[in-house]
Write a protein that binds this ligand. Structure first.
Ligand code: NAP
Ligand code: ZN
Ligand code: ZN
Length: 347
């Protein structure tokens, strides 16, 4: 067993503090990773504040992990000591159900094992990437292409794949009008990816405060949702809307922005129910959908796509001692566009 330095939440209303977590011995199919960077996802905040319920404390969150392999088990063939690797939101799944067989481990019928706060195959509660080391089955470890720096790569493991997967699934590409709602961690990756796929991209943000950034990231248009004119002007115009907002929204107003057969995909995960009037859907055969991260093979495809297009996340690197302050800034929509923890500050 290895004792790793960590930052963890002791309970729902407590700030994260320095502590340690135990890592299992490296099994025959395991990889030991020395973590260099870990992104701060809004899901970490929902979880440690117990907004979704059922959080197992104490908990070290973090599922945007990058680092170097320092040890591999005897049967490991996919990774070698010294490799640049990443771990996203899952560390295992049943591997037998139809979804696992189809490479959609995120939708495993028997439940995937989340990187933090889930029950691992040895019965322990999984602990995430706000730590110096992690031991993960080789099948759930991704290769980070050489062209992407480890700090800018970290957010791709959740924010990147969570936007890449629905953009691909609903066919973002040339001739398609895509809107991204919310320019935060997920949203800024959504803009970069949809632009790289060739779609015409519009940002719908609360204000025009980040317009210059949005256009620089690849958006063709940028509108403030605080302005009611936006909703009149853009009515019926999008093929696909990806909603990344972590809070309540007037969904009907956004659904009315879809063209005939358009889809609004919710990846944002506010704890309370979202209301939809069926008459926002029926008159234009519109769809309202959800999407969760992406499978392992698709995550590798996304990383390779990012390398081919020179994409990484726009990040602000913080020391471990700044995690609680970074959380407050995320909650205030004051993030440009992902906080990434420099895990060296935990050693
Ligand atoms: P984030 O960085 O905080 O970005 C969310 C953005 O939403 C903010 O930057 C802000 O953008 C906008 N926003 C926030 N509060 C708002 C409000 N009250 N009204 C309107 N807009 C608001 O968060 P994130 O890390 O990207 O995560 C976003 C959501 O996705 C979270 O709920 C997270 O749990 C969820 N998530 C889901 C998956 C999945 O698999 N489906 C994976 C990862 C994360 P503007 O300032 O531009 O308006
Ligand atoms: Zn996440
Ligand atoms: Zn399965």
């Amino acid at each position: 067993m290895l004792t790793a330095n960590a930052f963890a939440a002791p309970g729902a209303n407590a700030p994260l503090t320095a502590t340690t977590v135990e890592r299992r011995d490296v099994g025959p199919r395991d990889v030991l990773i020395e973590i260099h960077y870990c992104g701060i996802c809004h899901s970490d905040i929902h979880t440690v504040r117990e907004e979704w319920g059922g959080t197992r404390f104490p908990l070290a969150p973090g599922h945007e992990i990058t680092g170097l392999v320092t040890e591999v088990g005897a049967e490991v063939s996919k990774h070698a000591v010294g490799d640049r690797v990443g771990v996203g939101c899952m560390v295992d799944s049943c591997r037998e159900c139809p979804e696992c067989q189809a490479g959609q481990e995120q939708y495993c019928r028997n439940g995937n094992v989340p990187t933090y706060g889930g029950i691992d195959r040895d019965g322990t509660v999984t602990q995430g990437g706000y730590t110096t080391h992690v031991v993960v089955d080789q099948d759930f470890v991704l290769r980070i292409p050489d062209g992407i720096a480890l700090d800018a790569a970290a957010p791709l493991l959740c924010a990147g794949i969570t936007t890449y997967s629905p953009l691909r699934h609903w066919g973002a590409g040339p001739g398609r009008k895509v809107a991204i709602v919310g320019l935060g961690g997920l949203g800024h990756m959504g803009v970069k990816l949809a632009h790289a796929m060739g779609a015409e991209v519009t940002v719908l943000s609360q204000s025009l405060r980040k317009e210059d950034d949005g256009l620089r990231l690849g958006a063709d248009h940028y509108y403030a949702t605080a302005d009611p004119e936006t909703f009149t002007k853009l009515a019926g115009s999008f093929d696909l809307i990806v909603n990344t907002v972590s809070a309540q929204l007037d969904l009907d107003a956004y659904l009315r922005l879809l063209a005939v057969d358009g889809t609004l995909v919710n990846v944002g995960a506010p704890p309370e129910p979202l209301a939809v009037r069926v008459f926002s859907l029926i008159p234009r055969r519109r769809s309202f959908a959800g999407s969760m991260i992406g499978g392992i093979a698709e995550t590798q495809e996304m990383l390779d796509f990012c390398a081919a297009h020179g994409l990484g996340a726009d990040i602000e690197v913080v020391a471990a001692a700044q995690i609680n302050e970074a959380y407050e800034r995320v909650l205030a929509s004051d993030v440009r566009y992902r906080f990434v923890i420099d895990v060296a500050t935990m050693r």
